[in-house]
Design a protein around this ligand. Structure first.
Ligand SMILES: [Zn+2]
Length: 301
């Protein structure tokens, strides 16, 4: 059963979660917003610009508490749009890696400049943080301390946040690591090569638990991270097997490889296939005719 939106769930002494009322095939029950610490509290991912959700976040505070910092994992419309209005109303600042295109690889920026790889699903185009956090930078205030980990892949400006608790290191993973689904990787904002590198970087640390942007906590982080890496490696291997039969298209690959995926999610699956093919092209393992893009024919080198 999904938790009711608007109710505050205390996950540990220093972590509260409030579900936003925006369920959809892409967001599961809705976006998880997190309140970190006590007293002066950090808000991670305010969520969609819904006044009811802003009210629920303020109602989750205890008497005498306030939101002192607003942090954003990435600028998708289900995570960041409420950040600016809340920050303005509360007189606080918004902290994130940068605007949407920040952190793009040169390859993805070049593809974006051609206009051939139009993505843009769910992008909060107006998002600009007040303070830009670098990879490894720690933000500490009151009784909490959060370290930013740049994890491009789902979105180039995606940050995860590490929080030290008595039981071990906690990861606030946004949409990069989720328990209910693998992440959408849709170029040029998403980047499969970057996604794999970011996931391997996270897997190198020992996390006690992961709290993600959608769905329930991940209580066995090492197993989940290993699965996500293996899942993408298997998908890449399956694409290469299909290409070994001869040139093919993204539409044909999606139909063949995503037989277990509901049709409503096939457009998102096709973006994942495109992400794999761009990564393989960057590795000089496939060619595209007439050029890289969603409608091209792909051939094994
Ligand atoms: Zn997202």
């Amino acid at each position: 059963m999904p938790p009711p939106p608007g109710l505050c769930a205390r996950l540990s002494p220093g972590i509260r979660r409030v579900l936003a009322p925006n369920p959809s095939p892409m967001t599961l029950h809705g976006t998880n917003s997190y309140l970190i610490g006590t007293g002066d509290v950090a808000l991670i991912d305010p969520g969609p610009n819904l006044s009811a959700h802003g009210d629920a976040l303020l109602a989750a505070l205890d008497k005498g508490e306030r939101i002192s910092h607003i942090l954003v994992t990435h600028s998708h419309i289900d995570h960041s749009p409420l950040a600016a209005p809340m920050a303005q109303a509360l007189g606080v600042q918004v902290y994130a890696y940068g605007p949407t295109s920040a952190g793009r690889s040169p390859q993805m920026q070049a593809l974006a400049d051609t206009g051939l790889i139009a993505g843009g699903e769910g992008i909060d185009a107006d998002f600009t943080p007040d303070v830009w956090l670098a990879d490894g930078e720690t933000l500490a205030h009151g009784d909490w301390s959060l370290t930013a980990i740049h994890t491009p892949g789902h979105l180039s400006n995606h940050l995860c946040f590490a929080l030290q608790e008595a039981g071990g290191d906690v990861l606030l993973s946004g949409d990069h690591v989720m328990g209910w689904a693998s992440s959408l990787v849709s170029p040029p904002d998403g980047d499969m090569g970057a996604y794999m590198a970011s996931t391997r970087k996270l897997a190198a640390s020992d996390w006690s638990i992961i709290h993600s942007g959608h769905g329930a906590p991940i209580t066995d982080p090492a197993t989940r991270l290993a699965f996500l890496i293996q899942h993408r490696e298997a998908r890449e291997a399956a694409i290469l097997r299909e290409l070994a039969h001869g040139p093919t298209t993204i539409a044909a690959l999606t139909t063949t490889l995503y037989t277990d995926t509901p049709p409503a999610l096939h457009p998102a699956a096709a973006r994942n296939v495109l992400a794999h093919l761009l990564d393989l092209a960057a590795q000089n393992r496939v060619t595209a005719h007439p050029g890289l893009g969603p409608a091209a024919t792909y051939t094994l080198r």
